[in-house]
Design a binder for this molecule. Structure first.
Ligand code: ADP
Ligand code: ADP
Ligand code: MG
Length: 465
């Protein structure tokens, strides 16, 4: 058995940069790897890196990466004894976690019941309240009808957010400024949630204005839970993170200690197993933080935490899910310096971020101390148009935030992805922005800034072309 683990062959039920990331961790642990791919991904970097490749179906996710039956058949044919779900796709699907366990395999994630408890946002709010973690004022669970939403909105005050209980990736969220909005948006939100997530449940939350998004990384072995400090992800577009940092430069160490302790309390209250993130909104005006959701999986931005804590979270989650105890106590986890990650998407920032799959005609990867590029690219790679547009993440570390921004700028200048537009020009502009440099931002800041500066991005795009 590899390094004393109870497993020896890991199947990766995902694609893109996270599949490559998981393969790297698996190899370091001495595990054999099986990459499942759709017919559109037989040439992917993950397929090239894995020991074995299994085609599980057509490009459409419903017929491949979301097809639990096809994935489990592939696992049985290859003799895999564990499955890593990555993020997105089936990673927070309790039914899948159950099916993996019923097939006698190890799921690299929490137990299915924990996903049920924490993965559904309305239920997770209740769990958080019970664990003494402050939540955003709002409904107790999913709302029964429009009248309930109206009464609640009038009690907590407008604007309110109508959120899909099963939502994720910034989708399934509406803002209502008035009772009329609630009457109009609640039924819409509910039917959209049904179509997008197969679950029509919605709930209502007060909108916290000018909030910061701050989250805490936890790792549990089913008995004990430790945290790896916080990340700030306030730079967002359409409620999806684009630039993430660790630690947050907006909170004092006193607030940080309370935040991290509350995340550990919540994870302990469900005997958490695996890697997870407890997400909060932080109201700078009052100094209060509020739980918004827990992601019961590895997150896109986990590398910034790895950089400041000098740890490998993917290895950590594989170890605990394969039955090992946590290797570190809380006292042994320290952080140093500052890390920033930017998400490089195949999108054209000069053209309203239109997705732009294409062929990579040249690739130059920035190198140097404190620079990391987690990606799915190679020279000549044809990006399939069927999936989300994340190509990779550029991550930098430096002793402090100002130096990290300087390093990010130079690393972005040395990064070359030829043949298609990417979001790199956006990040050069952000890194040069005085408010970003002063960390004077909140979750709605970037959208407003983009509206004011669309011209600049267009010109930068033209200059780069
Ligand atoms: P993170 O929470 O890891 O920072 P995101 O919120 O952007 O990152 O989500 C990670 C990935 O998972 C994205 O590709 C997103 O589209 C996808 N995703 C997250 N939740 C869901 C969901 N409920 N349904 C479908 N896709 C999801
Ligand atoms: P997802 O599952 O899509 O990640 P979240 O509940 O984590 O959904 O919210 C995503 C983002 O939407 C947050 O980071 C924040 O920018 C915004 N948001 C969510 N809830 C609120 C709220 N109550 N008030 C203000 N902004 C919110
Ligand atoms: Mg979230």
């Amino acid at each position: 058995m590899a390094q004393g683990l109870s497993i020896k062959k890991l199947l990766i039920a995902n694609r893109g940069e996270i599949a490559c990331r998981v393969i790297r961790a698996a190899k370091e642990l001495g595990l054999e790897t099986v990459q499942v791919v759709s017919e559109a991904d037989t040439d992917s970097l993950a397929a090239r890196l894995a020991d074995e490749v299994k085609v599980i179906g057509p490009p459409h996710p419903a017929k491949s990466y979301l097809d639990a039956g096809a994935i489990l058949s592939a696992a049985s044919e290859c003799g895999a004894d564990a499955i890593h779900p990555g993020y997105g796709f089936l990673s927070e699907n309790a039914g899948f976690a159950d099916a993996v366990a019923s097939a006698g395999l190890t799921f690299i994630g929490p137990l299915a019941n924990t996903i049920r408890l924490m993965g559904e946002k309305a239920a997770a709010r209740a769990q958080a309240r019970d664990a003494g973690v402050p939540t955003v004022p709002g409904s107790d669970g999913v709302i029964k009808d429009v009248d309930e939403a109206l009464t609640l909105a009038e009690t907590i005050g407008f604007p309110v957010m109508i959120k899909a209980s099963a939502g994720g990736g910034g989708r399934g969220i509406r803002v209502a400024e008035s009772s009329d909005d609630v009457r109009r948006l609640a039924p819409q939100a509910s039917s959209e949630a049904e179509a997008a997530f197969g679950d029509s449940g919605i709930y209502v939350e007060k909108q916290i204005e000018k909030a910061r998004h701050i989250e805490v990384q936890v790792l549990g072995d089913g008995f004990d839970v430790v945290h790896f400090f916080d990340r700030e992800c306030s730079l967002q577009r359409r409620r999806q993170k684009v630039w993430e940092e660790a630690p947050s430069a907006a909170i004092s160490d006193t607030v940080r200690a309370r935040l991290c302790a509350s995340a550990v309390d919540l994870a302990k209250s469900v005997n958490y197993l695996g890697a997870g993130t407890v997400e909060y909104l932080y109201d700078e005006a009052t100094g209060e933080f509020y739980f918004i959701e827990m992601n019961t999986r590895i997150q896109v931005e986990h590398p910034v935490t790895e950089m400041i804590c000098g740890t490998d979270l993917v290895i950590g989650m594989i170890r605990v899910c394969a039955g090992q105890k946590l290797a570190l106590t809380q006292d042994e986890i320290a952080r140093t310096g500052h890390a920033i990650e930017v998400r490089l998407n195949a999108e054209d920032p000069a053209n309203n971020f239109m997705p732009f799959p294409g062929i990579v005609t040249g690739l130059r990867v920035p190198k140097g101390d404190g620079i990391r590029f987690d990606h799915m690219l190679y020279d000549g790679y044809e990006i399939p148009p069927f999936y989300d547009s994340l190509l990779g993440k550029l991550i930098v570390w430096a002793p402090d935030r100002a130096q990290a921004i300087t390093r990010l700028t130079s690393a972005l200048r040395n990064l070359g992805i030829d043949g298609l537009p990417t979001t790199a020009p956006l990040f050069l502009a952000l890194a040069g922005n005085a408010e970003v440099q002063a960390n004077a931002v909140h979750t709605a800041w970037m959208e407003t800034w983009l509206e004011r500066n669309s011209d600049m991005l267009t010109k930068q795009g033209e200059a780069a072309a």
